[in-house]
Design a protein around this ligand. Structure first.
Ligand code: AMP
Length: 608
């Protein structure tokens, strides 16, 4: 391993970072610093927060500044106000012994006038969020004509936040012969595009991936029914009494709801999302930083501004839409050689997303075993005892009260006292978990089996029409944006009397619905020749046996393959349904029901 001196870092800067406790370079610094100290070297670095990337670009950047010229020479773009302030703060620390080097953070949400004033006085480095910088450029209060180095930090996050066009506009104003450095946690198509358009022969350095997990982040998944998601979250949190973690939710609303519920249930939790004011966000982040808050419930975007990454746990309350966001989330734990755990609480529908994430992180989620009520109570009890043992007793301050305390508790023996102390803390858990049903894990196989069992020999067979009803087939499905409302509208439009509908079973490219027996023929006739979204509608009375799912007590028909089911037919060809049916098109109904469709089993149960 090289020293900072060997990497070419100047004496003044070394003195400052030594004071900050940087003894030897981190891998990203070793890779990037010497390269950036050279001329005309562009870099795309895949590295995450916590890898030491700020110093990796910050040290060479300030070293290259000519302090005598009080003009903007370096520009750092980053997604959030918090990161902006953090980077500017770090650069100020690094340049402690460089006389008069001026770094200015410019970001939205604070007075633009004071930023303009500071710009007028002259600065060397501008650290900016794209929106505010663009605003300043439009007011002609800042010129980027003298910029020699540009850093885009957390570029993927800036793109996620919709800054793509602002970045284009900003880069168009920076001289071509600049050095450009792009930091991103992940490589996406858009990052590759920016790199291609704005960087020259960029050297690619990957640190994040190797370093991110360093084998110390465990990825664990709990697959549960949607209705059990919150209870599962509680169990997991209860099972780790020492947890210091972030629960990531997908929307602001969900974030607030989960935080509210946790607070009501007695947890030391709070929320962080974009609907809070800046002051509220600052207060929550500060509480969390100093560990006055144990659990933070946050959206991805709001959490970007938080510089805390030594979490014991990251909990994904559902998986993020973008697989990259998962890398950001999980990258906040397992730092500095410690083991961290990234837990995902998902339902079956999210399995696809999980696979994408697994591919991206190059690791598999281990299925977690939901802690039982007893295991949780044991853990909590141990924690109470542990806390009791370790609590700091302030002899001097309680001495005066001791005689009274002793007199009051005199009638209790040691064992009674211990029981009371422990119960004081533990009752909340004991009461909640007493007689509580365990959470059943959901597995694909389990779900199929449940389905089969629930239909076994019962009149709840979803392939048999409900009593008094006839099952109809229609060549419109979810891909056609055909849903119950559309079906009802279609019926209203083409039939003259009210039709009572039974079950509706929507598939990808076709659907089934039930009508009363005496209406069936009339409905088939009335809808013949009707059109939906410009396409001819085809309705027929459906059979029963052909539609059964894999594993369902079989009829003697072989299951048709995809081609036979019409899947591979080009869209246009689907118009000749009539002929398709006549040629044995009934097989078309052999499609495996969409198990994912919630309410499907419920609906059929309710009916009977
Ligand atoms: P960053 O990825 O830039 O957010 O840095 C993560 C943390 O590592 C920050 O707290 C830095 O102060 C710290 N850090 C960066 N470089 C070093 C180093 N060479 N030695 C020790 N700590 C460092």
């Amino acid at each position: 391993m090289k020293t900072f001196e060997e990497l070419g870092v100047s004496k003044e800067i070394r003195r400052a970072i030594e004071e900050m406790g940087y003894e030897s370079p981190m891998p990203v610094q070793e890779a990037v610093i010497p390269y950036l100290l050279g001329e005309n070297n562009d870099v795309v670095a895949l590295a995450q927060t916590g890898t030491g990337k700020t110093a990796a670009f910050g040290l060479p950047l300030i070293q290259k500044i000519d302090v005598k010229k009080r003009i903007p020479q370096s520009l750092i773009l980053c997604p959030t106000r918090e990161l902006c302030l953090q980077i500017a703060g770090d650069l100020n620390d690094y340049s402690k012994y460089l006389n008069d080097l001026r770094v200015l953070p410019v970001y939205g949400g604070s007075s633009i006038e004071s930023q303009i004033r500071a710009l007028k006085q002259g600065v060397h480095v501008i650290v900016a969020t794209p929106g505010r910088l663009l605003d300043l450029m439009e007011r002609k209060t800042v010129s980027l004509a003298t910029i020699e180095n540009v850093v885009m930090d957390e570029a993927d996050e800036m793109l996620n936040m919709g800054f793509s066009e602002s970045i284009n506009a900003i880069l168009a104003d920076v001289p071509q012969e600049r050095n450009t450095l792009l930091f991103s946690a992940t490589m996406s198509q858009e990052i590759a595009r920016i790199s291609k358009n704005y960087l020259r022969d960029a050297k690619e350095i990957t640190i994040g991936r190797k370093n991110e997990s360093t084998g110390t982040v465990k990825h664990v998944v709990f697959t549960v029914h949607a209705k059990d998601k919150y209870a599962a979250l509680k169990r997991i949190v209860d099972y780790y009494p020492q947890i210091y973690g972030i629960i990531f939710c997908r929307t602001r609303k969900e974030t607030q709801e989960i935080a509210d519920k946790l607070m009501q249930d007695g947890y030391n939790a709070d929320s962080l999302h974009g609907e809070l004011s800046q002051a509220q966000r600052d207060a929550v982040m500060q509480k969390f930083r100093i560990r006055n808050l144990q659990i933070l419930v946050a959206t991805d975007v709001a959490a970007r501004g938080l510089d805390v990454d030594d979490l014991t746990h990251v909990i994904n309350y559902g998986l993020p839409d973008e697989a990259e966001s998962y890398t950001h989330r999980s990258g906040r734990t397992g730092r500095a050689g410690k083991t961290g755990t990234s837990i995902a609480i998902i339902n079956l529908r999210e399995k696809g997303k999980m696979r994408q994430i697994e591919q991206m992180i190059g690791k598999q989620f281990a299925p977690g075993a939901m802690p039982s009520a007893q295991q949780i109570c044991e853990k909590q009890l141990l924690k109470v005892i542990d806390d009791l043992e370790k609590v700091k007793v302030n002899e001097a301050e309680i001495a005066a009260f001791m005689p009274d305390i002793c007199r009051k508790l005199d009638w209790l023996n040691k064992e009674d006292l211990i029981k009371r102390m422990v119960s004081h803390e533990f009752n909340r858990f004991a009461e909640y978990y007493r007689d509580r049903e365990e959470i059943e894990p959901v597995t694909d196989r389990g779900r199929e089996r449940n389905l089969r069992e629930s239909f076994k020999g019962k009149p709840t067979d979803p392939y048999q029409p409900s009593k008094g009803f006839v099952r109809m087939f229609i060549n419109q499905g979810k891909v056609d944006n055909f849903y119950p409302r559309e079906l009802i509208e279609l019926l209203n439009k083409h039939t003259s009397r009210r039709i009572n509908l039974g079950r509706i079973d929507l598939k990808k490219s076709f659907s089934y619905f039930e009508v009363e027996e005496h209406d069936a023929k009339m409905v088939a006739k009335a809808l013949a020749g009707a059109r939906f979204n410009g396409r001819k509608v085809m309705v027929e009375i459906a059979g029963g046996e052909h539609d059964k799912p894999a594993g369902y007590p079989k009829a003697d028909h072989p299951k048709p393959n995809r081609a036979e089911r019409g899947y591979n037919k080009p869209r246009g060809k689907r118009d000749d349904w009539k002929q398709f049916f006549q040629e044995g098109g009934r097989q078309l109904r052999g499609d495996v029901p969409d198990f994912q469709e919630e309410g499907w089993a419920k609906r059929s149960k309710k009916k009977h």
